[in-house]
Structures are given as C-alpha cells and as structure tokens.
Design a protein. Structure first.
Length: 469
C-alpha cells in the first residue's frame, strides 16, 4: 500500500531534477547516519540492532528499499554528514532545537526527553547551576543540545559556568565518569539516565535543565521535503499501530527495580567471574545461534556463575538443571560447566520452539524465559486468563500481570495446571533482561575502550628514519 502511494506520488512530481524521495526509490537505498550505542545502533551476535536502527529499518521496509547505515565517530561527525550526499537522514536520539532547526529539517517527534544534570551519590546534591563551582568537572557530549544549553546559561545567567565538551563519547560514558568519580557532574538525557541508573547506581539525578524536548530524525536542509513528508506519514502510522510503543518497551523498559547493592554485586562479578566463563558463553551461544549476553544472563540468574551451585530442591550447576531436564537434554554431569551450559541452552530453545507461532519477538524470548523458570503449562494458564479478559495474550507486558494471579485459588482453580508462584517468573524475566542489558553495554564499552587504546597507539607511531640507516 505504502509503496503504491509512494509510486503514485513520484509519478505526479514533474521536475527536471529528481526529488529526495525519487532518488531513494530509484537507488533502492535509504542512507542513515547515526552513533554507535545501545539505543542507536550496534552489532550483536544476531546482527545489527538498536532502537534507532530498527525504527529506520521499518521505515526502509515501508519504502520498499534497503537500509544503509554509516556510524559517525561523534555527534558532530553525524551532523556534518548531513551537509553532503552521504546520508539521507540522521537518527541518533537527536533533540529538536532552534539552532539545529536553522540548518536541518526535522521529522515529527517520536519521543521526548529532558536535559538532566547528574552527580555522584554521597556528595552534596546540587539544587541549581549556582551550586556548581568553577573547579568542579562538568562534562557534556561535544556538539550536543546539552552543550548548547550550557552555552546559553553562561551567556545569560551564569558567566562563571565552565565545562568540558568530550568528543568520541556517548551518554553512557558520561554516566560512567560520574559513577566512578572521574567527573563531578554531567548533563545527559532523562531517558538515558532512567535506562542506565541501575548499571551506574552511584550516578544520581540532581535537577532538569530543560522542559521536555522532542526527539526526531534530522534531514538535510538543502534538499526538498518529499522524503520528510513520507517519513512523517510512516512515523504516524507506526505510532498509531502500537509498534512504536512496543519498540520503546524493548529498549527503554525500566531496569531500576534493583538495589544499589544488587547491581554493585553483579558488576563486581562481571569483573571477577565473567572472564572465567565468557569464552564458554560465547562459544556455546555461537553453537546454538543465541546471543551470548542472554545466555550469560540466564546463567547468572540461575547460579551467579557458580558451577557448583545447588538448590534445596536438588537442581544443580551453572544453569541449575533438574535431573529430569538433564536426562532430556543429554547432560551426564550437572556440575560440568560446559555440559550444564549446553544443556540449559538446548532446554531454553526447546521451550521457545514449543511456544505458539502467534508469539513473536521480542515477546517470544520473554515467554521462553518465564517457561524456563515456571514451566510452559503455567505460562499458558496466564495467557488463558489474559484472553478471558480480552487482553493481548501474545504480549509479555500484558501476560506478566496475570502470572501472579495463579497464586490465588479463584484463578488457579479455573485453569489447567493449577497453583503457581506466578510472581517468580515475572521477577525472573525482569532480572535477566536487566543483566543482559548490563552485559551487552559492558561489552560495548570494553570494545570502545580497546579501540581508543589502539587509535592512540596508531597516532603515536612514526615511521623509522630510513635515511639514518
């Protein structure tokens, strides 16, 4: 339908030079420029991922073309790309500002954020910009809307205000600086803080520097608006269909229901225990076509990466398999890390395969995890309760509200598999999603730091003076 409408609109355009939409359609490629990061674009074991990437990919499919992605070193590089022919648009959690609107075209907003100043827990919480001393280290992303806000505040109200604008970083990196005490303050988006607060629990929100600001795609100003018009049509349809909200749930679901102690314990074990088993997680995940972050997160939830773990009910090992499950998946030694991990992966994938085809990703993963914990039968009972209420029984965010009802007689007596401690699989899935997110972002940060070290080595290297030999 969309392609037909687009084709008709192209036919109606009578112009000597082709429009921006015509060029995309004739080339069969939509070119996006973005930043690398957990909510923008990154490469996982399953391929390309990220909120902005998947939203742009859906737009490319709407147009019936391929999506081509280029990644800028920093925000300035992304925006500079729009001045030439290398990109059709930029998608990088961009805030719509007056300064940017003077030289860029923006789509309709698909989200909104507030600029937030963060500080380190344990230090005095600032109440306003006045409380920031000139000797304090305040950091922001270079070229960001946050930097523009600080410039305005310095020019209009606080001439003593000073800060550092950091290149080649993202908001997750700024939070890490504050969390570790390497910076006193940082300005980031409220959404970034909400998502990452349990990963860096010593970074705390102080106050907002702005009212809610729209997030949108940016298009070059020097082109016509035909591509922007169709992008707006797509975003409106994608939002009204509920798909945008689902995509947001996948990436922005709160992960702050964890104590500082619990998060710190996990991060400590990431540093101490994960290196012992990471190669095994990666190897097993590759063999079973799984994401290693997810496999490692399941193992942590089950045993805290202790291959000798044993529960009061007799389940044992890295993946805490029962004797019956171990026999089913061919595990002879529950305490052997490799056997346990392979057995757990096989069992998880068998549960996932047995789910109804009407359950699609990412919900299919959450349902399979819940089934790993409480069994397929009880998960199906919760779906039945949801269906009776006319709720979406193929959507995890809905069904997770019905699982705890299986503790109540008036509900569990009406379904096939009876009583279940239905709150436990809800917590189980939530925890694994939390651990998976931390592992994924920790891995990305490690890779980024390694690349920065390699870049530094390259920049220091000089060819030998051959004339002296």
């Amino acid at each position: 339908m969309a392609t037909a409408i687009i084709g008709l609109s192209i036919t109606l355009v009578a112009s000597i030079s082709s429009t921006s939409l015509e060029r995309v359609m004739s080339q069969g490629v939509l070119r996006m420029t973005t930043l690398e990061g957990p909510t923008t674009y990154y490469e996982s074991a399953r391929g390309a991922d990220g909120f902005e990437y998947l939203l742009a990919k859906a737009f490319a499919e709407y147009l019936g073309v391929e999506l081509d992605v280029s990644v800028g070193r920093d925000l300035n590089a992304v925006l500079f790309t729009l001045t030439g022919p290398q990109a059709s648009f930029a998608a990088a959690n961009l805030t719509v500002t007056n300064d940017r609107s003077a030289w860029l075209r923006f789509s309709v907003p698909y989200d909104q954020v507030r600029q937030t100043l963060i500080y380190q827990r344990g230090k005095t919480k600032p109440k306003s910009i006045v409380d920031i001393n000139p000797e304090d280290r305040l950091v922001v992303m270079a070229g960001s809307s946050h930097e523009s806000t600080l410039k305005t505040l310095k020019q209009t109200q606080y001439p003593e205000l000073s800060w550092e604008s950091l290149d080649n970083t993202e908001m997750l990196g700024l939070m890490q600086l504050v969390h570790s005490g390497q910076a006193d303050y940082a300005v980031i988006d409220s959404s970034a803080f909400s998502i990452n607060r349990s990963i860096y629990p010593y970074a705390r929100s102080a106050f907002h520097l702005s009212e809610p600001q729209p997030i949108a795609w940016a298009f070059p100003q020097h082109i016509d608006d035909s591509l922007v018009v169709v992008a707006n049509e797509f975003l409106d349809e994608y939002s009204s269909s509920g798909q945008l909200e689902r995509l947001k749930e996948r990436f922005y679901s709160p992960t702050d229901a964890f104590s500082i102690g619990g998060s710190q314990l996990f991060i400590s074990r990431v540093n101490k225990r994960l290196p012992v088993y990471e190669d095994l997680f990666r190897l097993t995940a590759e063999q079973y076509n799984m994401e290693w972050y997810l496999l490692a997160a399941i193992a942590y939830q089950e045993s805290h990466w202790n291959p000798l773990a044993t529960s009061p009910t007799g389940v044992r090992g890295l993946m805490m398999l029962t004797q019956d499950t171990a026999r089913e998946v061919g595990v002879a030694n529950l305490l052997d890390p490799m056997q346990s991990l392979r057995g757990g992966a096989e069992y998880y994938l068998s549960l996932k395969k047995r789910l109804p085809k009407s359950i699609v990703e990412p919900d299919r993963t959450w349902f399979a995890l819940a089934s790993y914990n409480v069994g397929l039968g009880h998960v199906e009972d919760a779906r039945v309760l949801a269906q009776r209420d006319g709720a979406d029984f193929n959507h995890w965010e809905t069904v997770q509200r019905y699982l705890p009802l299986l503790r109540q007689r008036k509900y569990y007596e009406t379904v096939r598999h009876g009583f279940a401690r239905g709150n436990e699989p809800v917590n189980y899935v939530r925890n694994i999603r939390h651990f998976r997110t931390i592992l994924r972002w920790h891995s990305q940060e490690q890779a980024r730091m390694l690349q920065a070290e390699l870049d530094a080595i390259d920049s220091d290297w000089r060819p030998p003076n051959l004339s002296s030999l």
